[in-house]
Ligand binder design. Sequence first.
Ligand code: GDP
Ligand code: MG
Length: 177
Amino acid sequence: ISTTSETRRVILLGAPGVGKSSLASGFGAEEQGFGVEPEPRADDTYERSLVVDDEEMTLLVLDTWQQDSSQRVQEQNLLCGDVFLVVYSVTEPASLHTAVKLIRTLRTTRLGERVPTILVGNKSDLVRARGVSFDEGRTCAAEHGCKFIETSAALGHNSEELLVGIVRQIRLLGEGA
Ligand code: GDP
Ligand code: MG
């Protein structure tokens, strides 16, 4: 296990109510793996260290995105992230449209960079209220050069897989860029 640990900024994007804050607080609350407690931080910031493929990485998860923030503040969010989780709710097709718009804005703002981006279909536990299929989400992610995962922040389903996916995406795209 490497003793050095780099910190990367993870920015959550998405329409209001899709579960960004629920996902973020879940990351902070999960078991640390080697007995390290999460660092106390501001309400909207969560730090998690995890070991993936024998190497440690520290993720600083920022739940700072607000749909009604000024354009300037939103742009700062888009400029400061090392990896983006673009979240929609599988119960809200409109939230997938919002996610796609956000991905386009991100690509324009970070033109020429290969910014690691994961499209996250949250609320997968709400089976009967589902309005976006797994395949729609996956296809949409592929069209926009994103990795794809469905999660349930309520049940903690796929939370750890998402964290591991973040680390792998950073290593795949974020290094040597
Ligand atoms: P945000 O506005 O994107 O930060 O969304 P929140 O995290 O505040 O969640 C909005 C609402 O959706 C809250 O009532 C959450 O409890 C609920 N919620 C979030 N994630 C899930 C989920 O995976 N499943 C279910 N059933 N509810 C969720
Ligand atoms: Mg929130």
